[in-house]
Design a protein around this ligand. Structure first.
Ligand SMILES: [Mg+2]
Length: 302
């Protein structure tokens, strides 16, 4: 089954929530994310500290995308023969505490169990004043992307090819240790943001997840999309547009924003218009159809 069908089946007749976080109360939000050995990481690529950091960052990214601040968290650990060793647990715990401290977060509970492969799940609760939903976009809004796209996919491919070339080091670090855009939250809150999400499955799929809830036609100018130059040369356009786990923010605002906030590039890449909800990529004024859609959680035929 496809991920969307699995989610539909789980929720039955209730429509599944569409935002990065669930709002427990008007000012309280929660999210959860997992890292599973073999699916999201390999122990030979990621040390215990790298995994601890990534687990915190992917969750903080969802909280940030909803306009919130992380506060408490719950950790569920499925430990394999490798990860239940003293050295692994100690290294993981030390870095986890460091990462949580950095965001002023408190470990409030969790669960540990034995597993054949390492399974890491973090649930983060946070506070929010003005929530950013995916459904808040209005016709005429400008579409923005923070940072650039493509590096995560380039890093993943370099790791897979076991490439030792120095030029890939930055992309490999970006893939293994992505950073949330939490530092942009405060400066961005000074401006009107109508809708926001983080890029985890690639721009092609994620842009649709903003356009459909906002009930508009999202036009994206390919020439404006900030792509990592090395990733573009090595992988080509479509793979960069589909690069997942970037943790960049994709958002809609009625304003023309500064091109940099908190030192992070903020690039205008398109506009939301009235019309059939969906995404249109434009290249040299003509419609452009990427050949692949990017990261899929489950193969289509399963
Ligand atoms: Mg997300």
């Amino acid at each position: 089954m496809k991920e969307s069908e699995i989610i539909r089946t789980l929720f039955g007749t209730t429509p599944p929530p569409e935002d990065d976080c669930y709002f427990l109360a008007p000012n309280r939000l929660v999210t959860t994310d997992s890292l599973s050995e073999g699916t999201h990481f390999l122990h030979e690529w990621s040390s215990a500290p790298i995994l601890a950091r990534k687990l915190v960052e992917v969750n903080v990214s969802d909280i940030t995308a909803s306009g919130g601040r992380p506060k408490e968290c719950f950790l569920n650990l499925g430990l394999s023969p490798l990860s239940r060793k003293k050295e692994w647990i100690r290294a993981f715990s030390k870095e986890l505490r460091k990462s949580l401290d950095q965001y002023g977060m408190k470990l409030a509970g969790g669960d540990t169990f034995s597993a054949s492969k390492t399974q890491l799940t973090l649930t983060v609760v946070g506070t929010v004043e003005k929530p950013w939903l995916r459904s808040g976009g209005k016709p005429g809004d400008y579409l923005y992307i923070t940072g650039s796209l493509g590096k995560s996919q380039l890093g993943f491919r370099a790791l897979k090819k076991k490439s030792k070339k120095n030029i890939y080091q930055d992309a490999i670090t970006h893939h293994l240790s992505p950073k949330s855009r939490y530092v942009i939250l405060k400066p961005l809150q000074n401006f009107q943001v109508h809708a926001c999400m983080d890029i985890t499955d690639g721009l092609i799929q994620d842009a649709e997840r903003l356009a459909i809830p906002s009930k508009g036609k999202l036009k994206i100018q390919i020439e404006s999309v900030p792509l990592d130059p090395l990733a573009l040369t090595e992988l080509g356009l479509d793979l960069c547009l589909g690069s997942g786990e970037e943790l960049e923010l994709l958002f809609l605002s009625p304003l023309v924003l500064p091109t940099k906030l908190a030192g992070i590039p903020v690039t205008m890449v398109g506009r939301l218009e009235k019309g059939k909800p969906g995404v249109h990529f434009l290249k040299a004024g003509k419609q452009y159809l990427p050949k692949s859609r990017g990261f899929l959680h489950f193969a289509e035929e399963e």
